[in-house]
Design a protein around this ligand. Structure first.
Ligand code: SF4
Length: 355
């Protein structure tokens, strides 16, 4: 029924950007740390973020010399992401990305403004070994490390700066995952240089700067938790023979953890937990045997699937995007829920797997 994963390997280190993922669900954290591709498409904004990070990285590495070059480099980054999206059946319908990202032109303009300040000729502030863009820093035991977007030497000490293309502020202020990521960088900087940073900052695509307050003890504790997590994960992976058992021991299925997880098609623990607690706010994914479809007035279809004597209806189904064969079993991910019971609609991110 599920997509089969290849065997899981132990991890060399924990990166600040994956720490939270790993602490919430070890299985998801291990899969993403090992670079195993997701099995579901993500929001077009996330693909915009991939192109944006490539642009920022190239600008910071001196591969962009002037404004015109910056525009061309952006076009190249987007073309690369478009090509990658086009090469997968999961994402080919999201090409061109520029037509699927809301307010694309505005986001692009803001991003290019931010990227211009990363061109080395704009900034003469780097004069010490740790300063620079895309700096790799790691703890002396090499268990925790990652690329900091930017480290700047100021009169007060180092500033660590992280660029974010999504919303920085959540319901309770700066998103916790961003604060945790930067506090881990602060701890790593301290361990590898003996100096605490003078400031931790996030800059969004609009150029807004957010300062993260941090407590030194908390940073040390976070580093310690990251090391323990790495040890626990690696012990499970090394001591367990079967892939199924590893998955079971590593997975922590909850509606919050699984909602945006693109490994759901390979996760038995997710499906089991979802069946045990049907009233919880799980993602709108269903399984069933395809029975038939009805043509709707708008050129789409209403699909019917059956599971355990329940008939599920999916409106807005585009037969040219997903081909279905009667009496075959399917798992369908990323639907939106209609008001009527057992009724759903297809979305831009809806994905079909044969069971
Ligand atoms: S689907 Fe849920 S339990 Fe499975 S890997 Fe993803 S987050 Fe973890």
């Amino acid at each position: 029924m599920l997509v089969k994963l290849t065997d899981l390997q132990t991890l060399d280190k924990v990166t600040p950007s994956r720490y939270l993922n790993l602490s919430q669900c070890k299985l998801r954290g291990v899969l993403s740390s090992l670079g195993i591709p997701g099995l579901l498409p993500v929001s077009p904004n996330a693909y915009f973020g991939i192109a944006a990070h490539r642009l920022l990285e190239r600008a910071s590495k001196g591969m962009v010399s002037n404004q015109e070059n910056l525009d061309n480099t952006w076009n190249l980054c987007v073309a690369e992401v478009d090509e990658e999206l086009a090469s997968s059946l999961l994402t080919s319908h999201l090409v061109p990305l520029s037509t699927h990202v809301k307010q694309y032109e505005l986001k692009k303009r803001l991003l290019l403004n931010t990227a211009a300040f990363l061109i080395p000729s704009f900034s003469g502030e780097y004069n010490r070994q740790l300063s620079g863009n895309e700096r790799w820093i790691e703890t002396p035991d090499r268990k925790v490390g990652g690329y900091a977007d930017k480290i700047v030497q100021t009169a007060a000490g180092y500033e660590i700066i992280d660029y974010k293309t999504g919303e920085v502020i959540g319901r309770n202020g700066i998103k916790a995952e961003y604060s945790i990521q930067l506090m881990l960088y602060a701890g790593i900087l301290y361990e590898c240089s003996g100096e605490w940073p003078a400031a931790l900052k996030i800059i969004d695509v609009k150029g807004n700067s957010y300062t993260i307050g941090f407590d030194k003890n908390e940073c040390i504790q976070l580093l310690s938790k990251a090391r323990i997590l790495l040890l626990e994960v690696n012990e499970i992976i090394a001591a367990t023979k079967s892939l199924e058992e590893k998955q079971q021991l590593l997975a922590t299925p909850t509606p919050e953890n699984c909602r945006y997880c693109s490994y759901r098609p390979a996760c038995l623990q997710y499906w089991n937990k979802k069946k045990q607690t049907p009233g919880a706010q799980w993602p709108h994914d269903i399984t069933g045997t395809y029975t038939d479809n009805i043509a709707l007035g708008n050129g789409t279809h209403m699909l019917r699937l059956e599971f355990n004597n329940i008939v599920y209806k999916i409106r807005g189904w585009q037969l040219e995007r997903h081909q279905v064969v009667p009496n075959e079993k399917y798992a369908i991910y990323n639907l939106s829920k209609d008001k009527a019971e057992n009724c759903y609609s297809e979305t831009m991110l809806t994905t079909l797997y044969n069971c």
